[in-house]
Structures are given as structure tokens and as C-alpha cells.
Write a protein that binds this ligand. Structure first.
Ligand SMILES: Nc1ncnc2c1ncn2[C@@H]1O[C@H](COP(=O)(O)OP(=O)(O)OP(=O)(O)O)[C@@H](O)[C@H]1O
Length: 237
């Protein structure tokens, strides 16, 4: 699978130069986590990849025509059932909805029993599982995730991390998060963002494949080291 490359990207919000001739390569078929203090520019980079923003200079290469997006808000429609929400992209694209595949995905995220329910009847964690199934239904090679678990309680978050890392294996995933533990559990590659204009730093991931188990003491040690590094950045602001 192709890498996604930021080639000499310059982007400013008015006078604020967010990045200047930024170069970054994301491995194809792997999960890259972007970490950095609040306001550093993580979401802006994600939106540049999604094509929602255009750089003033440079380009991003290696992208397929369409990418999937999963954010903090699940954007489920309450007037559609869970199953209909899953298959909505097919309807919007004028394709025949694949009910069998949608039901199989609901089974993978352990929500078969609520296929005909309204999303309004589900908990926050269940709704994000529907959003994950909808992301998988779209069958995109590239998945962009902007803090998808930020609003969930810690136990729900941990189980969603495991499910997501398992089901998205093999796709090119770019995940923005504030959470060092999430990064250490889910990443194949970790990229730290510092400064303005942005500089990127590659950070070592803990041993083993994602999703990494909480039982592994190396995970908690790696989380601590990453937390200290991020804390240094906070102090310099
Ligand atoms: N629509 C906008 N117009 C002007 N400036 C913006 C806009 N969106 C973001 N910015 C600025 O760009 C910078 C980076 O914002 P961005 O949302 O990308 O950061 P972030 O790292 O994702 O932050 P957080 O972790 O808090 O979500 C911030 O200084 C922000 O104020």
C-alpha cells in the first residue's frame, strides 16, 4: 500500500503560519498516531489530508480518491435505524446497500441485537461502535480519525481501542489523540508535533503489535516516557 507523503506543505491560518515546508511520510497499511499539545495543529493536518483544507504550498501524495473519516461526534441520524445508518453511504452514492455485509459488520462490533434500533437508544460507546462499523462498511483504504474516543469513559475507551486496532489492521490509519496510552496501545508509528511552524519527531513505539495489552509492563513504561515528553512541551508554552 502507498505511503501518504506531505511534500513541502506550507499552511497558514491568516497570519499564523502553522507549518512551513513540512515533510512527513506515513507508512501505507499502518496506523500512525499524531500527538502534540492542544492547539498545535493536529486536526488541521488531518483536514489537509482529508482535502477539507488546501495548503498554500506543497502537496500531499499517495492518497486514494476517497478516505474515511471518524471523529469525536458519531454523526448518526436518529431517524434511521442503526442498520440504515451503516448503509447510508451506499444510498448516497446510488449503490445497492449490502445488507448482509452490514449485518456481518454489526456482529463484529457486537451490536447485532440493535440493528433495527434508533441510535438515540444507544450508549456513547455503542454509538461509536456503530460509527466504526460504518467506517468499515465504506471500505476505504485510508481512515482518518480525530480523537474518536475522547468522550468515552475509560473502560469503554480501552475496549474500543482494542476493537478498532484489530478491525482496521492493514489499512492506512492516521489517528489524532491527546492520550499517550491510546498512542502506545494503537500505533505502529508515533509522530510528535512541536512548535510553530510545526516540527515533527518520530517517537519509538513499545514492542509488540497493536493493540497492545495493558498487562504488558512495557506499555505503561512507554506511556510514562511519552507523557513526560509531552509535559515538557506544555511547560515551554
Ligand atoms: N478555522 C480556523 N480559523 C483560524 N484558526 C484556526 C482555525 N482552526 C484552527 N485554527 C488555529 O490553528 C491552530 C491549530 O488548531 P488545531 O485544531 O489544528 O489544533 P489541535 O492540535 O488539533 O488542537 P486540539 O488538540 O485542541 O484539538 C490553533 O492555533 C487554532 O486556533
Amino acid at each position: 500500500m502507498n505511503p501518504i507523503c506531505f511534500n513541502d506543505i506550507t499552511f497558514s491560518w491568516g497570519e499564523q503560519v502553522l507549518c512551513q515546508q513540512l515533510n512527513l511520510q506515513l507508512r501505507g497499511g499502518k496506523t500512525t498516531v499524531l500527538l502534540g499539545r492542544s492547539g498545535i495543529g493536529k486536526s488541521t493536518l488531518l483536514r489537509l489530508v482529508a482535502g477539507l483544507l488546501q495548503p498554500q504550498q506543497g502537496d500531499i501524495s499517495g492518497l486514494p480518491g476517497k478516505v474515511a473519516w471518524m471523529g469525536q461526534q458519531d454523526l448518526l441520524y436518529p431517524w434511521l435505524t442503526v442498520l440504515e445508518n451503516l448503509m447510508l453511504s451506499a444510498r448516497l452514492n446510488g449503490e445497492k446497500p449490502d445488507r448482509v455485509r452490514a449485518l456481518a459488520l454489526l456482529e463484529q462490533v457486537k451490536l447485532s441485537e440493535v440493528a433495527q434500533a434508533s441510535p438515540d437508544k444507544l450508549s456513547g460507546g455503542m454509538r461509536q461502535r456503530v460509527a466504526l462499523a460504518r467506517t468499515l462498511y465504506a471500505q476505504r483504504e485510508v481512515v482518518l480519525m480525530d480523537e474518536p474516543f475522547a468522550t468515552l469513559d475509560v473502560m469503554t475507551k480501552l475496549s474500543l481501542q482494542t476493537l478498532t486496532a484489530t478491525l482496521l489492521k492493514g489499512k492506512t490509519v492516521l489517528l489524532v489523540t491527546h492520550d499517550p496510552l491510546e498512542a502506545c496501545r494503537m500505533a505502529d508509528d508515533i509522530v510528535l508535533l512541536h512548535g510553530q511552524p510545526l516540527a515533527v519527531e518520530s517517537w519509538p513505539v513499545p514492542a509488540g503489535d497493536a493493540p497492545r495489552s495493558l498487562d504488558d509492563p512495557r506499555l505503561l513504561q512507554a506511556q510514562g516516557e511519552l507523557f513526560s515528553r509531552l509535559n515538557q512541551d506544555e511547560k515551554t508554552v
